[in-house]
Each structure stands twice: as C-alpha cells, then as structure tokens.
Design a protein around this ligand. Structure first.
Ligand code: ZN
Length: 202
C-alpha cells in the first residue's frame, strides 16, 4: 500500500452511497464465486473461503446477491417503484419508498463488486428475521476476520440512509473491518475518523 495515497483512495474503502456514486468510468474485474454470482476478482477467493469455513462449522451461507451492473440496478429499481405505484403511492412516494431498500443506479455497493447479500437455505427472505438464524450469528462473529462488515447496521439509518440489513456485507479488508467491528461504527463514520486522524498526525 502506498503511503503517499490518502487512505480513502484505497479501493477497499471505496465509498458508494446515496451521496457518493460510483466514480465515473469505474471498472471492475469480475470473478465467479459460484454458477450465478461474481464479485471483484480481488475478493473472490476470500469470499469463497468464508463460505467454506462456515460450512465446516455447520453453517450454510447462501449468496443471494453479488455484483450487479448499473443497468440491472435500474431495472430492479423500476420494478420496485412500479410495485409501490400499483399499491396506490404517488410517483414521488414510490421513489422514496423504493430507494429506502434499493439504491439509485451507480449508488449501490453491489455495483462495485465488493458487496454480498448473504442468507441461508432455511431463511431466504431479505428481512429482519435473518437476524435469528445461525448464519447471521456466524457472520456477526466471523465476517470481519475475512474483511467483511455488516454495512447497514441497526440504528444507523440516519448515517447510511439505508434501513437495517442484516444480510448485506461489504468487503473493506481485514484490518479496517476489525476496527469498524470493534467500534460498532459504519463505513461513513470510519472514513470521517480516518480523515481526522490524518489531520492530527500531520
Ligand atoms: Zn445488498
């Protein structure tokens, strides 16, 4: 890692959220981690290792979402907006509700190839109930060891602008994940801390 580069330039810490879109021309080298899922090639082996280690511990992790192109993101969002409009919402209301659970195209971590939605065979719905599963307990205890953080924790919606998602894990590298986990903070908060630390050590 180059010392001259600010840490925020580190690919592992790329911030993609409602305010920060994927940088223009962002390209990702993809690698398959299963028949239907691919991620940034730099995290493929570690993602596979995490799933295999969980299995060795009797825990079945099931990936239900991985890399997603920006155009696919648009399709998903359009479908979600349609659902809310059909349910009687205005266009603005439908967009607001849809974007609480789905990011705008280019604003989803799934567009980076660094995020995974993980469930388990006996609980494949993306809801809070996933929290009650063995798979969640295992991830809660171990994901950081592989460099993954729970990206949208409970009670952090004002910061992340995304509702609590016990199934969404983001790769940031083991070193960063360990600190984020220990401090129970979000990537947004961590990046602010890093910036402040850089300032004070200068
Ligand atoms: Zn996700």
């Amino acid at each position: 890692m180059s010392e001259n580069k600010p840490l925020s330039d580190n690919w592992q810490l790329a911030l993609v959220n409602s305010e920060h879109p994927l940088p223009k021309g962002y390209s990702v080298q993809l690698k398959k981690i299963s028949k239907t899922h691919q991620v940034d090639e730099r995290i493929a082996d570690i993602a596979i290792a995490m799933i295999e280690d969980a299995k060795d511990n009797g825990v079945d992790l099931l990936i239900c979402s991985s890399y997603r192109s920006v155009s696919r993101q648009q399709e998903l969002l359009d479908d979600e907006i349609d659902k809310h409009i059909t349910a009687g919402r205005t266009n603005d209301e439908a967009l607001a509700e849809a974007t609480l659970g789905l990011a705008l195209p280019g604003h989803s971590e799934h567009n980076t190839g660094l995020a995974l939605d993980i469930v388990t065979p006996n609980h494949q719905i993306l809801d809070r109930g996933f929290e009650e599963t063995e798979a969640f307990s295992w991830l809660d205890k171990n994901a950081y060891k592989y460099g993954f953080i729970l990206r949208y924790p409970k009670g952090k919606t004002p910061i992340t602008k995304i509702k609590y998602e016990p199934w969404h894990y983001r790769f940031v590298g083991r070193e960063h994940a360990t600190i984020i986990k220990e401090k129970s903070i979000t990537l947004e908060e961590y990046l602010v801390e890093l910036k402040e630390n850089t300032k004070t050590t200068k």
